[in-house]
Design a protein around this ligand. Structure first.
Ligand code: PXP
Length: 256
């Protein structure tokens, strides 16, 4: 079994762009590097601090990351680029043009503040299979962001995904309710074993922070965690370098 010493960290930098868009909504579309804070500059420092990959979510409403950000990241980062996106023709065309190393397919509702639930692979099995196959034909690895439920895991294996990202949001939301927390953690542990046995690489993400990482890191077979809000928030006080180093240390079970 993989140990928590070797779990990789994908740093989700969406909220660096959220901060930029709060002031420079129009300029950022075509003059990414001219306005602060620049997600690419942040990504390069995060990599220097030990990030194993950079994750961005290009949302339908472009509320944070822009196409130009993804293109500049593709050109400049040294680690892996993971693009989170909805299963739409527009996004598939963008991914095929931009060639991230991996795509994580997520559900997307306009009204949600962040990605609220996992992708309903069972309901949209045909669409997810088509999108997965066209991305894989272009050499892009495909992950599905799902709740840790047996049906969703089986459907992910059935459509031929390379990876699943287990949704840790419910665990994070119940972290301070002891009984519910341990139920949610059991679901994640069981889901991880089931996904691994189905031949899927196991990632996890959403709502992970410097406290609840102590529970998340014990999920078996974890390959990568995608963490955004907590790291970007911490970086306001410490800078991104220390924020990434500290999360990596906690992923290994230590403190900086
Ligand atoms: N993984 C997925 C699929 C997500 O949609 C998000 C949120 O954008 C994250 C991970 C990161 O979540 P957080 O910002 O809460 O760490």
């Amino acid at each position: 079994m993989k140990t928590s010493n070797s779990i990789r960290l994908g740093v989700n930098i969406d909220h660096c762009a959220t901060l930029r868009q709060a002031r420079y909504r129009e300029y950022a579309r075509d003059r990414g590097q001219m306005v602060e804070p620049d997600p690419l500059a942040l990504a390069l420092v995060a990599e220097r601090a030990g990030a194993d990959g950079i994750t961005v979510h290009l949302r339908e409403d472009r509320r944070h990351i822009q196409e130009s950000d993804v293109a500049r990241l593709r050109e400049c980062i040294q680690t892996r680029l993971n693009l989170e996106m909805a299963c739409t023709d527009e996004m598939v065309a963008f991914a095929l043009k931009t060639q991230p190393d991996s795509v994580c397919l997520v559900p997307e509702g306009r009204a949600e503040i962040t990605t609220e639930g996992g992708l309903d692979v069972v309901r949209h099995v045909g669409l997810v299979r088509d999108v997965t196959e066209s991305l894989q034909r272009a050499g892009i690895a495909v992950s599905l962001f799902i709740n840790p439920e047996p049906e969703a895991i089986e459907a992910a294996a059935e459509v031929g995904a390379d990876m699943v990202e287990l949704h840790t949001g419910s665990f994070a939301n119940h972290y301070y309710l002891e009984e519910a927390r341990s139920e949610e953690l059991d679901k994640l542990r069981e889901g991880a074993v089931r996904a691994h046995e189905a031949g899927l690489i196991v990632n996890a993400g959403h709502g992970i922070n410097y406290v609840n990482i102590a529970g998340v890191r014990g999920i078996p077979w974890l390959h990568e965690l995608n963490i955004g809000h907590a790291i970007i928030s911490r970086s306001v006080f410490t800078g991104i370098e220390e924020a990434v180093r500290e999360m990596k240390a906690r992923m290994r079970g230590g403190l900086l």
